[in-house]
Write a protein that binds this ligand. Sequence first.
Ligand code: SF4
Length: 108
Amino acid sequence: MGRVMVESRREVLKMIGLGAGLIPIAWATSRIAVAADVPLVTADDPTAKALKYTSDASKTADAKPGSKCANCSLYQGAAGSAQGGCLLFPGKAVKASGWCSSWTAKAS
Ligand code: SF4
């Protein structure tokens, strides 16, 4: 009987370990889904206008060379994503290639 309980406890611990291992995958997947579901910031957005947001950093003389949303500390998109959230545009997504006057280098 004791052996049955030990086996059972091992099975329970395995299941807990498997579940814990899946949490980061589920979290990452949900972040990608959220970024894909929210609308992109548009040029007529008041905050975008105020911050001189552009969806293509290479087309503005204001952007420091190499600066873009993808390497901004406020960018919430996953590495390599085409677009993602930004802390300054809640509920919307910005292009990874974009830029605005609040760009701040991501800590390396
Ligand atoms: S704050 Fe950073 S991520 Fe957000 S729009 Fe400006 S440059 Fe892009």
